[in-house]
Design a protein around this ligand. Structure first.
Ligand code: GUN
Ligand code: FE
Length: 435
């Protein structure tokens, strides 16, 4: 079996960095080698050592002087919203009703869904994202297109058919029974096929009746290993309306808890305005708050207290994500650039090691998938990305005076985007080269 031996500067995380000088939290190999066979990493370490382990006929690819990191991970975005990006709206609910819901209606057509799926995966690869967690539309055809394209490209992807049965146009509604049946069909057809993972996906409490939430609860009981994704506490008007729709719940988080949706496989988009009680409940359940900085700024939703939530006595698990099309960039580098600025506005520091941890191992841990992705450990999937901090003339100029790894990472985050991604490897295959 042909091996490939990739040479470059390797950077991967072992755990969350505690401070900017926490050098024990990551592994950095100035002249590193990564040996890949059958889609898996066989060895990673100093080039000389790994070279000695490689077969004599291994194909060598030299990426020096670039950085090689685990593939970037995006834990929340909407596959049917590629043509919603940059829609001019005052706030979340206006944006949903005016642009987003009408656009998602188009995914009833499987040809349209298949075309957008091709563009979607092209953008993932272009931006160095090797695993993403997406909402499809309410239509089963959209989930079929999403997973079929992931299978074609061999990518580890998470996704779900959205369930929604009220407060949206007719063309975007299922029923409690239909949402349940179609989710079961998507699980049967796609979960575990290739590297696909199906997520149980009620859009948010506003668009699901209590009857639909009961069905979601049934799915969560029947499929306890699946991810669950929904939205929580993004916008003040949304929170108020949700409270009116579920008057018996103590707060927004309690609605999801009542239906058995608050657990360690649950990913809650946004979580900007949580009360202390809600943050405690999230922490106790091991649920994940997914921060979507470009979306939160674009829609004016608020400033997510990332640092404050992670240093609580009861810390909340955190993921980071683009939230396309509320988000404005597919780039996880840009995403962390905006996350950094949000913490600045809150008087907090987010250091570059924390940022790169979040894009890679942090998000893998948020998905409970760090045995497979987010690291360069032997035995894990050979999904990795090659980054060039001198990708543009302006970046190259700044690189002339950049001396440390810390500064290089910070430059990549601050000025980088898809242009800084030299190559994206999925299961050991260079994907950008063949786009
Ligand atoms: N809340 C419910 N649906 C959505 C969505 O599509 N995007 C965002 N940002 N928030 C939501
Ligand atoms: Fe979202």
């Amino acid at each position: 079996m042909t091996q490939i031996l990739v040479r470059g500067r390797l950077l991967s995380f072992l755990r969350r960095p505690q401070a900017i000088d926490d050098t024990e939290s990551y592994r950095y190999e100035e002249d590193g080698g990564l040996l890949v066979e059958e889609g898996r990493i066989v060895a990673a370490g100093p080039y000389g050592t790994v070279r000695a382990e490689a077969a004599a006929d291994a194909d060598e690819i030299d990426h020096r002087p670039h950085l090689i990191l685990p593939g970037l991970i995006d834990t929340h975005l909407h596959f049917p919203q590629m043509q919603v990006i940059g829609s001019y709206a005052a706030n979340l609910l206006e944006w949903l009703n005016t642009y987003t819901f009408p656009e998602e209606c188009r995914f009833v057509e499987s040809e349209h869904a298949a075309r957008i799926a091709r563009h979607f995966y092209d953008e993932m690869i272009r931006h160095g994202t090797t695993t993403a967690v997406a909402y499809c539309s309410v239509h089963k055809a959209s989930a079929d297109a999403y997973f079929a394209e992931a299978l074609k490209r061999g990518m580890r992807m998470v996704g779900g058919k959205v369930m929604m049965d009220r407060n949206a146009p007719q063309g975007l509604l299922d029923t409690p029974q239909m949402g349940y049946d179609e989710t079961r069909a998507v699980i049967a057809e796609w979960h575990g096929k290739g590297r696909n993972h199906v997520a149980i996906t009620p859009r948010f409490a506003i668009t699901s009746t209590p009857a639909q939430m009961e069905m979601t609860a049934a799915l969560a009981r029947e499929f306890p290993d699946l991810h669950i994704q929904t939205h929580l506490s993004e916008n003040h008007d949304e929170i108020r309306f949700t409270g009116e729709l579920y008057p018996d719940a103590i707060d927004y988080t309690d609605i999801y808890a009542k239906y058995g949706l608050l657990g360690p496989r649950s990913l809650f988009g946004h979580c900007i305005h949580l009360s202390e009680r809600e943050a405690d409940a999230m922490s106790e359940a091991g649920a994940v708050a997914v921060h979507c900085p470009t979306s939160n700024l674009f829609l004016g939703s608020g400033l997510f207290p990332l640092k404050a939530l992670s240093r609580r006595e009861k810390p909340v698990r955190i993921g980071v994500a683009t939230d396309i099309g509320g988000g404005t960039s597919y780039s996880m580098l840009k995403t962390m650039d905006e996350a950094y600025k949000i913490q600045q506005l809150l008087g907090e520091r987010l250091n570059p090691f924390e940022s790169f941890y979040h894009m890679t191992l942090g998000n893998a841990e948020a998905l409970s998938l760090s045995d497979h992705i987010g690291t360069l450990e032997a035995g894990t999937d050979a999904d990795f990305v090659v980054l060039d901090a001198a990708a543009t003339p302006a970046m190259a100029l700044k690189m002339e005076v950049t001396r440390s790894l810390t500064d290089e990472l910070f430059l990549l985050q601050t000025m980088g985007d898809d242009r800084a991604v030299r190559e994206t490897y999925v299961a050991g295959k260079a994907m950008k080269a063949v786009l």
